[in-house]
Design a protein around this ligand. Structure first.
Ligand SMILES: C[S@@+](CC[C@H](N)C(=O)[O-])C[C@H]1O[C@@H](n2cnc3c(N)ncnc32)[C@H](O)[C@@H]1O
Length: 167
């Protein structure tokens, strides 16, 4: 059993509610339909919030336990969430995306693979799409540099939240 399978099996709401900063940012987007990829969605707290706002969400995670818990919520509330059990390092989105979120995900990815994964995912984001990374401050510098090199516009860069826009 993987680390997160054990964690989620013990607590069905391990990370609690979606953060206030996150809900605020995604309550003010300039599009209200579209597809958002949740990288490392876990038990789906963010995916559920976004789906309830009307977005289609692809919730990707390598923890089967977390995704099974999410599946129950999806079925109970008939939410527009596609659940994908996969390693993000080998995943290719089936379509262009309107936004990608990575809420405390990148620190879990091996250091040497982070930038390459981010670059690959950014290639699947439509022009005008958003990339949100919330993570440990120590993880952000390389990811921030990558986004700047790709000419992403930084909308917020504070308290471990990096919210950017693809021009
Ligand atoms: C700290 S948790 C955050 C979960 C969720 N984003 C949240 O904020 O509630 C990190 C998640 O990333 C997942 N994860 C780690 N490495 C992964 C990988 N290579 N591919 C897919 N998911 C991965 C873990 O299973 C875990 O659910």
């Amino acid at each position: 059993m993987q680390k997160y399978d054990k964690i989620y099996a013990k607590d069905e709401s391990y990370f609690g509610h979606t953060s206030k900063q996150f809900t605020t940012l995604f309550s003010n987007l300039d599009f209200d339909t579209g597809t958002i990829l949740d990288l490392g969605a876990g038990q789906g707290r963010d995916a559920i919030f976004l789906a309830k706002r009307g977005y289609n969400v692809i919730a990707l995670d390598s923890s089967k336990v977390g995704l099974d818990q999410l599946q129950e919520r999806v079925e109970a509330d008939n939410l527009p969430i596609e659940i994908v059990h996969a390693d993000a390092l080998g995943y290719t989105p089936p379509q262009d995306l309107d936004a990608i979120i990575a809420d405390r995900f990148f620190h879990e990815v091996p250091r040497t693979a982070r930038v390459k994964l981010l670059q690959r995912m950014l290639g699947h984001l439509r022009v005008g799409g958003y990339m949100l990374i919330a993570d440990d401050k120590s993880v952000l510098p390389n990811l921030r540099d990558t986004l700047k090199k790709e000419k992403f516009e930084v909308l917020r860069d504070k308290n471990g939240i990096l919210f950017t826009y693809k021009p």
